[in-house]
Design a protein around this ligand. Structure first.
Ligand code: BTN
Length: 265
């Protein structure tokens, strides 16, 4: 069973996850956290739900997930850095999710740049970060995480690219423990990020978990596709790739995506 106290009792954080708000059903935990932000909710507030009726994915897509089995959580942040840095928080969250899955399940979680978490080459988690500005600064940021935990089957159109912790291990996991672990890693990583306001202090750990490093990838730019070798990220979270003619490019996640040579990773 999932509820606020199941998560809060497992937290060792100073401010992340204080408070945890739970509801059984909501349109989207991101929308809920934004409403809390608008009425003064504190940084660290975390909204969780068992069912989302209008879950949102990246690039305007839907995030559809089996109710009552998975994690849908959103963290509210009130950063004091400039708005162009906020997109890096998605990478910080992706790293935290991969670390939590590795620690709590023993599965080999990896990151597909920029922030999808994969196990055995299949997607297990997605992150949607949204920002509201105020003048030239950030009013608040919400970072929403979906993790496929105890889902036992997927629709035919995604079964080759999606998985769950249950399917990878053969047994169910406690969602409250996993949520608490994500929050513990995220608090630590977020504070490291805030020291330099970039990914300098997190790059080594990110590279340890990055599936694309040293691999040939297909770079999908709008209207242009090419093969390149990925050399990991820079401190801004851009992927550094080497084209076949030796030219280096730094690619920005907002506009470009990458795939493996043979499939999703
Ligand atoms: C993706 O497209 O990979 C990102 C998916 C993000 C889904 C999560 S589930 C919790 C939070 N609430 C939402 O509506 N979306 C995010």
């Amino acid at each position: 069973m999932l509820n606020s106290s199941e998560v809060e009792s497992r937290l060792t954080t100073r401010w992340m996850g204080h408070p945890v708000l739970y509801t059984q059903e909501i349109d989207s935990t991101n929308n809920w956290a934004k409403k809390e932000a608008a009425v003064g909710g504190p940084a660290g507030l975390t909204a969780i739900a068992d069912i989302q009726t209008q879950g949102k994915g990246r690039r305007g897509r839907e995030w559809k997930t089996q109710g009552g089995t998975n994690i849908m959580m959103t963290v509210l942040l009130r950063p004091e850095f400039s708005p162009e840095k906020a997109s890096m928080l998605t990478i910080v969250m992706g790293l935290s999710v991969a670390q939590a899955i590795e620690k709590e399940t023993g599965l080999q979680a990896q990151i597909k740049w920029p922030n999808d978490v994969v196990v055995s080459g299949k997607k297990l988690s997605g992150i949607l970060t949204e920002m509201t500005t105020c003048g030239t600064g950030i009013d608040y940021v919400v970072s929403g995480v979906g993790i496929n935990v105890n889902q036992t089957e997927f629709p035919e159109e995604i079964w080759e690219t999606a998985t769950s912790l249950y399917l990878e291990s053969g047994h169910p996991f406690n969602r409250a423990s996993l949520i608490a672990s994500v929050l513990v890693f995220f608090e630590k990583n977020y504070e490291v990020f805030c020291e330099t306001k970039d990914l300098t202090g997190l790059i080594d750990e990110y590279h340890r978990l990055l599936i694309n490093k040293g691999r040939v990838v297909r770079v999908l730019e709008p209207g242009n596709e090419y093969m390149a070798v990925s050399h990991g990220i820079n401190e801004l979270g851009e992927l550094l790739v080497e084209r076949e003619d030796g030219r280096m490019e730094s690619i920005y996640a907002g506009e470009v995506s990458v795939r493996g040579v043979y499939g999703y990773t």
